[in-house]
Ligand binder design. Structure first.
Ligand code: F6P
Length: 491
């Protein structure tokens, strides 16, 4: 039986709502890894995206206006948008609480940062149930329901309780931790059992998949078939498929945009203002998993140990505001700004400051202009599911002259390790040495490495990712959800 539509379920909808007057609202496309990845997949295929509109229900437009705004947003993107309303309390406990104070740090191996408050679990269950109800209300019986990320692990469990027999897939965008870390979670059995309610569970890397299987074997004792990319967990009455599907980007979109006149103009302005300089680029959401302070200290170390870098390199560090209501993030911002100030204070000379610090969201054109023009990308998360910035940088590096310095703890390292300069982000001297190596690399080596990186990402782009997930989930590819020329969202 052919699945009729793709129904994507994620915590956030791929749009942002902003008040533009006392009673008027604007709807604009959202940003972030999941949106960048799934947007091109769903676009114009007449599917559906279910999620939270990003504001507390108390601050949202009324239901009728919200419905109208989302219909408008859906028509523009070629798929329907359905919302789950969350009140302030739910947002505090489910999103800021269970998702961001428990699962986020735990899954990134930072369990001392977890706050295992039991009220968060209740809210997590309640909100997952709300999402499941929204699926039941809107999904047709032949639709393929594809749930995304750590916020919504319990959705399949709730759907099964409501009697839904659909095939349901789940993809975890963040890493899955090893057994000794996962064991700390007070709700470890509930989380594992809930994951087994899906028919297919996808992870970013073979390592994440192996960690998950390790937990299943140790805590639930099920047998597992297959190894490497894909395998199954053998349960009494059924099998659950478990695979590694490294997510990617729309390579062509980035590479075409990088070739456009507007990007060329912006890129020229950047370099014209920082002449005779190699530019090193860091782009991250404000998050303690991204290792920004560690990176700044490594850059400091490089300037001390390799004085020939002074006046010859500038680090452009872009930090995109995120989760501002979590105290940890505010403290991190202060720490980053203190370090930027300290390093600039230490090395700045007339006409040169070592760090340009940007704390706001860039437009896509600005971002790609930085990707295109910066000779080195310094991407050093302490742990990351994939890190799409690394792939976007390569796709936009159309002159083939960029060097990618990449953390070995980013999921992307499993695919890009041969031609990136891999570093341990905790090793300050090692990162400093890699900066110097990238700075000194000749044109030919840069080109060879970047060409191979670009080929790898071109071959394994976002369509390849979706196809491999859908083939494993429902033995279909994206072409089985054809493009609709004149799309009218089905309500
Ligand atoms: O990497 C996981 C992820 O959920 C991304 O999809 C998203 O861009 C990012 O974290 C930030 O998410 P949020 O702002 O919704 O917490």
């Amino acid at each position: 039986m052919t699945a009729e539509r793709l129904v994507v379920v994620s915590n956030r909808l791929p749009v942002v709502l902003k008040r533009s007057g006392s009673d008027t609202w604007q709807i604009t496309p959202g940003s972030g890894g999941l949106v960048t990845a799934m947007g091109p997949v769903l676009r114009n295929r007449g599917g559906m995206w279910i999620g939270w509109p990003g504001l507390a229900s108390e601050d949202c437009p009324d239901e009728e206006s919200l419905g109208r705004l989302l219909t408008e947003g859906g028509s523009r993107s070629g798929y329907a948008l359905k919302y789950v309303y969350l009140d302030r309390d739910e947002i505090d406990r489910y999103y800021y609480g269970f998702a961001n104070e428990i699962l986020w740090p735990l899954f990134h191996d930072l369990f001392p940062q977890c706050n295992f408050d039991p009220v968060y679990w209740e809210a997590y269950e309640g909100v997952n149930c709300k999402f499941a109800r929204c699926v039941v209300e809107h999904a047709g019986k032949n639709d393929y329901v594809w749930v995304h990320d750590y916020h919504l692990i319990l959705v399949a469990r709730e759907l099964r309780r409501m009697g839904l027999g659909h095939r349901i897939g789940f993809f975890l965008h963040v890493p899955f931790p090893p057994l000794d870390i996962f064991l700390k979670l007070p709700w470890r059995f509930q989380i594992l059992e809930a994951l087994l309610e899906y028919d297919l569970i996808g992870f970013q890397t073979v390592r994440d998949r192996r960690n998950f299987i390790g937990c299943i074997r140790a805590l639930l004792g099920y047998k597992v078939k297959g190894r490497g990319q894909i395998g199954s967990i053998i349960m009494n009455d059924r099998e659950v498929h478990v695979g590694a599907f490294p997510i990617s980007i729309d390579f062509k979109e980035f590479s075409d945009l990088a070739r456009s006149g507007e990007v060329a103009d912006q890129a020229w302005i950047v370099h014209a203002n920082l002449p005779k300089m190699q530019l090193i680029l860091g782009v991250d959401r404000l998050d303690y998993t991204k290792g920004i302070p560690h990176r700044l200290l490594a850059f400091d170390n490089a300037l001390t140990r390799y004085p020939e870098l002074r006046r010859k390199v500038t680090l452009i560090q872009v930090v995109v505001p995120s989760r501002r209501e979590v105290e940890e993030y505010e403290k991190l911002k202060q720490e980053i700004e203190r370090l930027v100030g300290e390093i600039n204070g230490k090395y700045t000379e007339v006409g040169w400051s070592p760090i340009h610090y940007i704390f706001h969201t860039l437009t896509r054109t600005e971002l790609v202009a930085y990707y295109r023009t910066c000779e080195i990308a310094l991407i050093t998360p302490l742990k990351d599911g994939m890190n799409l910035v690394a792939k976007e940088y390569c796709a936009s590096s159309i002159e083939d002259n960029g060097v990618l310095i990449l953390s070995e703890f980013a999921g992307a390292a499993a695919q890009l390790y041969q031609d990136a300069l891999l570093v341990n982000p905790y090793d300050r001297q090692g990162v400093a040495d890699a900066i110097y190596k990238a700075f000194s690399m000749n044109e030919e080596q840069r080109r060879e490495r970047m060409r191979r990186l670009r080929n790898q990402i071109r071959r394994h782009d976002i369509i390849d990712w979706v196809d491999s997930f859908l083939r494993a989930g429902i033995a279909k590819g994206l072409d089985d959800f054809p493009l609709t020329e004149f799309f009218v969202p089905r309500q």
